[in-house]
Design a protein. Structure first.
Lengths: 117, 114
């Protein structure tokens, strides 16, 4: 297992187009997170899955954004009708079930950079 | 609401000198604190975490961090900086929602000069 994989690494699209990003977490990790990172800022939480259930969504995730994790393994993040403000790095992370100390480490992928022209 | 602050956008240090990257936190209850590093075109890499116990936490690549409850700080330190330590460093706190998600600071760029 080589860690968290994200595809594509870079995506350039025109405003109004739809884009989809894929994340393959570490296989034994049941928790999966999507974050967004813009230049000069730290990652901002978008959404969280435990197995296939989407348990939390940030208010940052407008109705143009949708995420799925259909079989509790890989996840997709789709952005419809992209806007220039959507340009960012989209990061996926995964973690194992919470251990006895309640704070497992998130392992991040390299990210998918979106540029909306 | 939980938050972390990294008061310095950039820290400059000469190779071989000690380095400190500052982080303060605001949480209710006991904090779970983390440091991550980000190199260009790569994902965030975990350095170390504080959950409980010894206030001095040792992590990867010779880094350590000191938890100070009275000052609500969790500064990252290294006794002798390397040029290869130059990167973007993020402090994070675990959110209390129970989903193990992290809330990140804005990041501090560390530049180590030869």
């Amino acid at each position: 297992d080589t860690g968290v994989s994200q595809d594509p690494r870079h995506k350039i699209t025109k405003r109004g187009q739809n884009v989809t990003f894929r994340c393959d977490p570490i296989s034994e990790h049941n928790r999966l997170y999507w974050y967004r990172q813009t230049l000069g800022q730290g990652p901002e939480f978008l959404t969280y899955f435990q197995n296939e259930a989407q348990l939390e969504k940030s208010r940052l995730l407008s109705d143009r954004f949708s995420a799925e994790r259909p079989k509790g393994s890989f996840s997709t993040l789709e952005i419809q009708r992209t806007e220039q403000g959507d340009s960012a790095m989209y990061l996926c992370a995964s973690s194992p079930p919470t251990g006895p100390l309640g704070a497992n480490v998130l392992t991040f992928g390299a990210g998918s950079r979106l540029t909306v022209l | 609401a939980q938050s972390v602050a990294q008061p310095e956008d950039q820290v400059n240090v000469a190779e071989g000198n000690p380095l400190t990257v500052k982080c303060t936190y605001s949480v209710s209850g006991n904090p779970y604190l983390f440091w991550y590093v980000q190199y260009p075109n790569r994902g965030l890499q975990f350095l170390l975490k504080y959950i409980t116990g010894d206030n001095l936490v040792k992590g990867s690549y010779g880094f350590e961090a000191e938890f100070n409850k009275s000052q609500t700080s969790f500064h990252l330190k290294k006794p002798s900086a390397l040029v290869s330590d130059s990167a973007l460093y993020f402090c994070a706190v675990r959110d209390r929602s129970g989903y193990n998600k992290l809330i990140f600071g804005a990041g501090t760029r560390l530049a180590v000069h030869p």
